[in-house]
Design a protein around this ligand. Structure first.
Ligand SMILES: [Zn+2]
Length: 106
């Protein structure tokens, strides 16, 4: 088969992620396959994509920020605020108690 993508590596590289997980149409796959036979650069690129896939599978995809994670962060923040407010309230309470004891202790 003729390499229709000869000299058009940019296009092939855009398509390689689809090609590597079999999402391309059979015709496109055939064209890309024909190009890969002749183009080392695109073969290397495909190898890189496949390696990345393996890494993703091994470590699991790490979401940048999933909704659950956001919720957890919000929960922790709220908890911190509540804890700090409670601590502040207790401190003020104790201070007030100390002052009133000090004032009535004459
Ligand atoms: Zn190429």
């Amino acid at each position: 088969m003729k390499d229709y993508f000869k000299g058009k590596c940019e296009i092939v590289k855009d398509l390689l992620p689809l090609y590597s997980d079999g999402s391309c149409s059979p015709v496109t796959s055939e064209y890309i396959g024909a190009h890969l036979v002749t183009c080392k650069s695109c073969r290397n690129y495909l190898a890189t994509i496949k390696n990345n896939r393996v890494t993703e599978k091994a470590f699991g995809e790490i979401p940048d920020s999933s909704p659950d994670f956001e919720k957890l962060i919000a929960k922790i923040r709220r908890h911190k605020i509540v804890t700090r407010s409670a601590f502040a309230a207790v401190t003020v309470g104790l201070l007030a108690l100390n002052i009133s004891l000090w004032l009535t202790n004459d």
